[in-house]
Every structure is written in C-alpha cells, then in structure tokens.
Design a protein around this ligand. Structure first.
Ligand code: ZN
Length: 148
C-alpha cells in the first residue's frame, strides 16, 4: 500500500526546486520529508537523484512523504568519531516507510534496551542549523506513539 501525499501548486518553491540534495535539505528545514518520483516509471527516490536508476528518465515530481514506517534494522553506536562521541550511545536505524522506501537515520529519545525491530517510528525534524558540519537541517526518527 502506498500512502503519500501529492503536493500540487500549493507551494511555488516546490515546483521550482531543482531535484537535488540541497532542495531535500531545504525542505527538511520546512519540516517536510520530500522524495522525488519519476514521471515515467513512478519510482520514488529519497534522497533525490538527478536520474532515475530504473528507466534513466530525468523527469521528476516532488512528493511529500508521511514519514511513518517500521523499524527493520538498527545499531547502537557506543564509539564514534570525536564529533559525535558526546552523543553516544545513540541508535542508527533503517525504517521501511509506508511509501515503500527504506530510510536510514538516528533514532532519538529511545532507550537502547527498549528498541526492537518492528517498532512504529515516524520522522521528526531538527531545523536548528549546527555550527559544525553538516550545516543543514536534519531529520530523525522517534517512536510513533499513535501507531504503536
Ligand atoms: Zn523511472
């Protein structure tokens, strides 16, 4: 089942945005998880690519995803690079979104002992811009309390 919302004409920026990773992060700053959809074969890409890997088309539409899904895999990180060591232990997971895409990301506000595969998670947004690289808005996952 596919559950995503098409956005048409309700946002000028949307239609003008190039299908690039920069646009993807710009949308994150607006609390939108946007994928691109190939106009020819309807394959979804997240993050966007300049060319469809299935049919080589370069025609895309932006599609807003609901950002809900199921945890299919995770790792608890205890040792990290210097930049992220203060955040350990933290959890990186792969979520199979209801739209059918797998999306990796950090899972916040979760006790590593309570996490389990199959949990319902949803995407949330951190629109503050960090001082250090990478200086762009981010998404993360948290427990979807309504669907759990
Ligand atoms: Zn295609």
């Amino acid at each position: 089942m596919r559950r995503y919302t098409f956005l048409r004409g309700d946002n000028n920026m949307l239609e003008d945005s190039p299908f690039t990773i920069e646009s993807f992060y710009k949308f994150l700053g607006e609390r939108k998880l946007m994928a691109t959809k190939c106009c020819k074969c309807e394959t979804l890409f997240l993050p966007p690519r300049p060319m469809c890997t299935k049919c080589l088309s370069t025609n895309f539409n932006w599609v807003k995803l609901e950002g809900k899904g199921e945890l299919i895999s995770y790792t608890v990180i205890h040792f990290s690079t210097e930049q992220f060591q203060s955040k350990t232990p933290y959890i990186i997971g792969i979520v199979k979104l209801n739209a059918g895409l797998n999306l990796p990301g950090i899972i916040r506000d979760m006790n590593p002992k309570q996490i389990r595969v199959g949990m319902n998670l949803l995407v949330d947004f951190d629109t503050s811009i960090p001082l250090q690289w990478p200086q762009w808005p981010r998404y993360f996952f948290k427990l979807d309390t309504l669907s759990s």
